[in-house]
Ligand binder design. Structure first.
Ligand code: TRP
Length: 429
């Protein structure tokens, strides 16, 4: 709901940030300049918990793994009941991961793959089954001119991209809503929709009397994918014909961008009211990734210069970073050496923090940049090399994802950890 009008001719008033599942806009100052997102503010407004040191310590203690750098560095900054998932893990109780994507055109960019990377890492740490929903139905409902057929094609294409991130083939189920929603999951959606009033969806999403009814029903679909009863066939070789109360008790952890929270507030408010009640799903929220243009910018599938895309060539990556990545460096070499740069707004530095795991190394880079010892060109060079390596690894895996591999992930079947999957490197183990 892009309700807020652009500032247009009268940019005299500063604007609040606005965040919902379909549009995200940074706050602006009185001159209309985009400001950084205020994540503490959104966490307070929506009453989520911040990922704090106590939680990070507990994570380490319970799992035996260092928290992912994206947790340590605040990219995954907020949660609901993540601590309760740790309690369950400690007790050896089974839970599953659920995340998703609204399929969109063309190749994914790093802003899309990073949340999936994080989910994959959680899967490796917890050896947890993972379900991934492709909301081709949602995209077609919310995007004018996108047919269901076209949205479905995009979903299949995006599924191959998601597989290339490296999810455990034995422990991951990917589905397109258009293909899969029927039977148990649809029964859950109808039951769930019976617990949700129009006032609740209006409150969560800002719908009004002229919103078409597809949009009003859709949230039920996205929500009930967090119920284990939506997929009895994933949890046993001899699936029970019916959804069982026992299965309903399996907990769920949902990694997501903070903009998706309104869906899952609705879910958490109503999950205990299902005929087969489920525990409130736990959530972990990420910030938005910085666009090449810097704060307030948005990585956009339709703007090739806003992001590094997963099908970019090494040379395209180099050119993009050199030409478009906002720099916190000074105008001239002399000034930079004398006064130093600002890593906080430097996009190349931000991207390095996404990929370099070593905290001390990161701190050193920031210090040296501030002191003018590292130049903008040098910062960009480090960034380019990291991105080239990341994208090349991904592209090599993408080549292996045939239609057969795709169908294997998309077949409902009993999920179990492969056993062979180990954490990729020392840094994350
Ligand atoms: N609505 C999400 C999108 O447009 C897709 C989605 C479905 C999702 N289920 C999810 C995202 C669970 C995060 C977690 O991208």
């Amino acid at each position: 709901m892009a309700s807020s009008e652009p500032q247009g001719a009268h940019p005299e008033a500063a604007q609040e940030q606005q965040i919902d599942p379909w549009s995200v806009g940074a706050a602006t100052d009185a001159e209309g300049n985009a400001l950084s997102f205020d994540y503490v503010k959104i966490s307070q407004k929506w009453n989520t918990s911040l990922v704090d040191d106590a939680l990070l310590e507990r994570f380490q203690k319970v799992t035996g793994h260092a928290p992912h750098r994206w947790m340590r560095r605040g990219l995954f900054f907020s949660h609901r009941d993540f601590d309760k998932i740790l309690d369950r893990y400690e007790k050896g109780e089974k839970f599953f991961l659920y995340t998703g994507r609204g399929p969109s055109s063309g190749s994914m960019h790093i802003g899309h793959t990073i949340p999936f990377e994080f989910t994959k890492w959680l899967q490796q740490v917890f050896k947890a089954p993972c379900v991934i929903m492709l909301t081709d139905d949602e995209k077609s409902m919310f995007k004018d001119g996108l047919s269901l057929e076209a949205a479905h094609d995009l979903a299949l294409d995006n599924a191959k991209d998601i597989i290339s991130v490296g999810f455990d083939p034995k422990n991951t189920f990917i589905f397109s809503d258009i293909e899969y929603v029927g039977g148990h999951i649809l029964m859950n959606a109808w039951e769930f929709s019976k617990t949700v009033t129009f006032n609740q969806v209006r409150g969560a999403f800002g719908f009004d009397g002229s919103t078409h009814t597809g949009k009003i029903f859709f949230p039920a679909i996205q929500c009930v994918a967090a119920f284990a009863t939506s997929y009895p066939e994933l949890w046993s070789d001899t699936p029970p014909k019916d959804r069982s109360k026992e299965t309903a008790k399996m907990a769920c952890l949902i990694p997501m961008g903070i903009d998706q929270d309104p869906y899952f507030r609705l879910l958490r408010d109503n999950s205990h009211r299902m005929p087969r009640p489920s525990p409130k799903p736990a959530l972990i929220h990420s910030k938005f990734l910085t666009a090449l243009q810097g704060v307030g910018g948005k990585m956009s599938s339709s703007d090739p210069n806003s992001a590094v895309f997963m099908d970019d060539t090494p040379n395209q990556i180099k050119k993009k970073i050199n030409k478009h990545a906002f720099s916190g460096g000074r105008e001239t070499l002399e000034d930079h050496r004398k006064y130093g740069g600002n890593p906080d707004v430097d996009v190349a530095y931000q991207y390095i923090t996404y990929f370099e795991d070593d905290d001390e190394k990161i701190a050193q880079i920031a210090t040296d940049y501030r002191a003018g010892k590292i130049l903008t060109g040098e910062m960009k060079k480090m960034c380019i090399e990291m991105l080239q390596e990341y994208v090349a690894g991904y592209q090599a895996r993408r080549k292996e994802v045939t239609d057969e591999v795709l169908r294997a992930y998309m077949t409902p079947r009993r999920l179990e950890p492969s056993g062979s999957t180990t954490l990729p490197d020392r840094s994350e183990s």
